[in-house]
Structure formats: structure tokens, C-alpha cells
Design a protein around this ligand. Structure first.
Ligand SMILES: [Zn+2]
Ligand SMILES: [Zn+2]
Length: 556
């Protein structure tokens, strides 16, 4: 009892702040911790060779006994992608809506983790009790079906977490967001709101998903030959609209790309896709049909190098060859950083004679995130006492704070936090009280966290200036050179065309070694450092480059 009276609610973001990706937030009260979302991020250009990035969960591991559950808002990778890695270290029950857990199940199956996992399906409007928290799931609309916001009822007050959302009054399937409940919560009093900041820089409203369907109808009506549509696999409503348009114009639909096939299967099984009988065919059948009867739905809307659309564009796809007359619709917008990949794919498709339609040419995409006016509506309905902008880079969080102020919020009650910031709330107060370990864990192949800053620095060095290896064999007794020096270089200069430079480098190594012999220097590390230093100056002087130099000395 003492604890309940004294305890404060802690909110600790472990990911998703000052970045878009790897969302994860800790809610802690007394001896209970729940984790909201468990996402991954994609590596930026600096992270050479890294496959993906997950949040650092040291804080959770340190408080293992307190952590009770993971609660998911929706099934996007930036909210569920780190689950396989986190569950290996912390086997926790996972709460989510049906489609979200359907996608999670698929993922855990891939990693062989499904058998030991406990997945608990919840419905919008339901409330579950986890420790001292009561978590209420509230329907929202987003670019994936079955998204929810959360009202977390705690002993100090209600915390409202928007999840990712937009306000779509005419969603494709299911219902609109539960505005009644938002307003009710607001009227009863919300202590803290955490709200999606992704599109905070965009004025106005995000268009309804339905507008994309109208564009599809217009494009399908005009297309005389085959239609290929690339979109995000998880955007089931988009896939539904493509199928609907295909049906309307008497075309069959083939699905291409592994993640698209996976998601369509899960969604179909769970009843989230309404697919007319016999409309789905495979790619082999599609090749036998007259092309004006075919639509292919594919992955690759981001121009990802291994994706199906990219392979089609570069003639590397086993079953689909782009031909003049094809209409290719890229139903997505570029995630920052992917622009050049998409641009390359578009160029290749045009060169092959396809008609390419993308977001600057037609309304073939709408965002899944709320613009300013929608965000204002949510603030106005929820009327929180304290506010933490989330799901955004620093500039987004800052803009979101400005927006909250413009709606009359006291700037002292707005917290721009970082991953690892500890925020503490009582019934009437809120403040930042410290930090915990948080950050990026890099995943490369099977390695999780074994690639850190030092490895990345080496990769960057190698990628920019290449490698220069000197191998020399020395006699143990006489300390004279028995073999070598030989030089191997990669990514620095082409050895056969740089014989003079290589010869000069070899002479320099010989000279350095005989100097060492004279001066009676026999410490290997000192000899290696001397070789490195003299070569480094020579190579820089001759080429203005700084390759990584590796001296290898063998002793017999
Ligand atoms: Zn999302
Ligand atoms: Zn997200």
C-alpha cells in the first residue's frame, strides 16, 4: 500500500525519439513494467553492411523481474520488427490485435520462436489488466488495418498513447477511429499524451485511403495491357483496393514478392482481405493469359535492391519480363534515403518501354500519418495535462511542441525527450528526472550487437581508401629478410598498373627493417608501427589517400 501511495509513474522511451523507427516505450509503476511496441529501424548510410537496427534493452534486462508484457499498437516493422531479438532475451507475453499478432506469428515462426511465445489477442474497446496497469485498446486508422491507440490507466492517471494514426473518415474496411472514446477520455482527464509526430510539418489533412482507389479505377480503365502495382506489403487496404479495381475491370491478380505473399496469406486467412473467388492466380498462369487481363501486385515500392520490382526492372526476375505496353504503378512515396533507388527503378522501367506512374504524377499514394489539422483534433479531444511528442526526428518533436503550444498548452508541460530519458509523473506533476542506457544495437547477419563503433569505423575506412597489406618473413636468428616484402592491396590502387609505387613501397619496407636491425629494435609492435608510419607517409605523398595498412611479419 505504501508503495502505491508513494510510487511515481515513469515513462522511458527506449526508441522512436529523434528518429523514425525502432519504437519502444517503457511504462513503469512500482514493481510493474510494460513495454509498448518493439520495433526496428533500417540502417543509415553510415552503417556499412548493417542489416537492421534494434533498441538497446539493457534497462529491461536490468529490471527483468518487473517487466510483465509487451503491448503492440500495430503490425508495422518499426513497431514489431525487434520482437524476435528481444524475445530471445526476455520471453514476455505479447498483447495485440488480431492482424498485428497474425504478422507477429509469421515473424516468430521464421525465427523458430513461435512455440515458446505467448500471444494474447485483444479487440478494440477491450481493457486488459497487467500488474497495476489497465490497458485499453482504442481503434484508430493508419496505413495498416487493426491499428490501435492505448489508454493506459495507472494509479496516477490516464496516459494516452496515439500509436501511429491518421484520421480517415472513410476507411476501406472496418470502422473509423473511436472518436467518442477519445472525447470521453479527454472529458474525464488525461494526465499525459504521447502522440505521433511523423507528418507534423505538413499542413492540412492527409487524404483518405479511398482517394487512391479512385485513382486506381481511372488508371485501370485506361490501361490497355498488363498492370503491375508495387506497394508496401503491410498496406492491406491498398492491396484490397488494387484487387477491387482489378475485379471491376475483369482482370486476374497475381502476387509477387515474398513479403507480399506472406502478408496477403495472413490477411486472407484472418479475413482482412475480401478476395473474389478465382481472381488470384500465380505468375505462371498470369504469363499464359492475355496481358490485358492481368494485374500483378508486387513488393519493391522503395526500389529495394533485392525486391521483385527491382528485379523486373533489371531483367533479373525469373517470371516477369517488362515489355512495352506495361503500366507500372508505384503506389508509395519514398521513405527518406530511398529516393535514388526508386529513381533508378523508374528509369529502368521507362527504358523498357513501360508506362510508369508514381506519386508525383498521380494520386497513387496517401500517407498513413496525420497532418497538422488532424493532430490538432486529437490534442483538442484528449486535452492532456502533459505532452510528450514521439515518433519523429528532433525537428518533428520540436514542431509538434510548437503546435501544442499554439493550442494553448503550457510549454512547461511539454517534454521533448530523447531515447533513454526518464520522465516521472505524479497526479499533479511531471518532470524529467534522469536517463538510462538506450541506443542502437546493430544487427549484421547472425550477429546482434557484435558490430560496434570500432568495426564500423574500420568498414568506413576500408570503404573509402581500401586496404594495403605488407607480408614479410624474417629470420629469427639473423633478423634478416628471408622472403618478401610482398604487397597485396584491395580497393586502393590496381597493383598491376602501379608497379613503380609498389616497388617504392617495398624498398621503403626493406630500408625500415634494416634500420630496425641496426638499432636493435626487435619488439614486433614497434616494428609494425614503424612500417605503418613510413608507408602511410609515402602512400599519402604519392596518392593523397590513406588506405588501411596491415603489416604482417612472420618469423622463422
Ligand atoms: Zn505505422
Ligand atoms: Zn511507426
Amino acid at each position: 500500500m505504501y508503495l502505491t501511495n508513494k510510487a511515481k509513474l515513469k515513462i522511458i522511451p527506449l526508441g522512436g525519439l529523434n528518429e523514425i523507427g525502432k519504437n519502444m516505450t517503457v511504462f513503469e509503476y512500482g514493481n510493474d513494467i510494460i513495454v509498448v511496441d518493439c520495433g526496428l529501424a533500417f540502417p543509415d548510410d553510415e552503417m556499412l553492411g548493417i542489416d537492421l537496427v534494434i533498441p538497446d534493452i539493457s534497462y529491461l534486462l536490468k529490471n527483468k523481474d518487473k517487466v510483465k508484457a509487451i503491448v503492440l499498437t500495430h503490425g508495422h516493422e518499426d513497431h514489431i520488427g525487434a520482437l524476435p531479438y528481444v524475445l530471445k532475451q526476455l520471453n514476455l507475453p505479447i498483447y495485440g490485435t488480431r492482424l498485428t499478432l497474425g504478422l507477429v506469428e509469421n515473424k516468430l515462426k521464421e525465427y523458430g520462436l513461435l512455440r515458446d511465445s505467448k500471444l494474447i489477442t485483444v479487440k478494440p474497446k477491450e481493457t486488459v489488466k497487467i500488474g497495476q496497469f489497465k490497458i485499453e485498446f482504442i481503434r484508430t486508422t493508419h496505413s495498416i488495418a487493426d491499428s490501435v491507440a492505448l489508454a493506459i490507466h495507472t494509479p496516477v492517471g490516464v496516459i494516452f498513447h496515439s500509436g501511429d494514426f491518421k484520421i480517415d473518415y472513410t476507411p476501406i474496411a472496418g470502422e473509423v477511429a473511436d472518436f467518442h472514446r477519445f472525447a470521453e477520455l479527454g472529458a474525464q482527464g488525461v494526465l499525459v499524451m504521447l502522440c505521433d509526430s511523423t507528418n507534423i510539418e505538413r499542413p492540412g489533412y492527409t487524404m483518405s485511403e479511398r482517394t487512391v482507389g479512385e485513382t486506381f479505377d481511372n488508371l485501370f480503365r485506361k490501361a490497355e495491357q498488363r498492370i503491375i502495382v508495387a506497394t508496401f506489403a503491410s498496406n492491406i487496404h491498398r492491396v484490397q483496393q488494387i484487387i477491387d479495381s482489378a475485379h471491376k475491370f475483369g482482370r486476374k491478380v497475381a502476387i509477387s514478392g515474398r513479403s507480399m505473399i506472406n502478408v496477403v496469406n495472413v490477411a486472407k486467412e484472418l479475413g482482412y482481405l475480401d478476395i473474389p473467388a478465382d481472381i488470384l492466380i500465380d505468375l505462371d498462369e498470369a504469363n499464359k493469359l492475355s496481358f490485358d487481363k492481368v494485374v500483378i501486385i508486387t513488393t519493391g515500392s522503395q526500389g529495394e535492391p533485392m525486391s521483385a520490382l527491382t528485379r523486373m526492372a533489371s531483367s533479373e526476375h525469373k517470371k516477369v519480363e517488362i515489355v512495352p505496353g506495361d503500366t507500372v504503378i508505384i503506389s508509395a512515396s519514398a521513405i527518406p534515403g530511398n529516393e535514388k533507388f526508386i529513381s533508378r527503378v523508374i528509369n529502368q522501367l521507362f527504358k523498357k518501354g513501360a508506362e510508369v506512374i508514381y506519386d508525383t504524377l498521380a494520386d497513387v499514394h496517401v500517407s498513413g500519418h496525420a497532418c497538422q489539422e488532424e493532430i490538432k483534433l486529437l490534442h483538442t479531444l484528449i486535452k492532456p495535462r502533459f505532452f510528450i511528442p514521439v515518433h519523429g526526428e528532433y525537428r518533428h518533436l520540436k514542431q509538434h511542441a510548437h503546435l501544442a503550444e499554439s493550442l494553448g498548452m503550457d510549454p512547461k508541460n511539454i517534454f521533448i525527450a530523447d531515447n533513454g530519458t526518464v520522465l516521472e509523473f505524479t497526479k499533479s506533476s511531471g518532470r524529467i528526472t534522469g536517463t538510462v542506457t538506450a541506443g542502437k544495437v546493430l544487427v549484421d547477419g547472425l550477429g546482434v550487437g557484435d558490430v560496434g563503433n570500432i568495426v564500423l569505423r574500420d568498414r568506413k575506412h576500408l570503404s573509402q581508401d581500401g586496404l594495403f597489406v605488407v607480408v614479410v618473413t624474417i629470420s629469427k636468428e639473423k633478423r634478416s629478410i628471408i622472403a618478401g616484402p610482398d604487397i597485396i592491396s584491395r580497393g586502393f590502387v590496381y597493383v598491376r598498373e602501379s608497379e613503380d609505387l609498389i616497388e617504392e613501397a617495398k624498398n621503403l619496407v626493406r630500408k625500415t627493417l634494416s634500420q630496425c636491425e641496426k638499432d636493435d629494435i626487435c619488439e614486433w609492435t614497434s616494428i609494425k608501427t614503424m612500417i605503418k608510419d613510413c608507408l602511410s607517409s609515402l602512400l599519402y605523398e604519392k596518392t593523397k589517400r590513406n588506405p588501411m595498412i596491415l603489416p604482417i611479419i612472420m618469423e622463422i
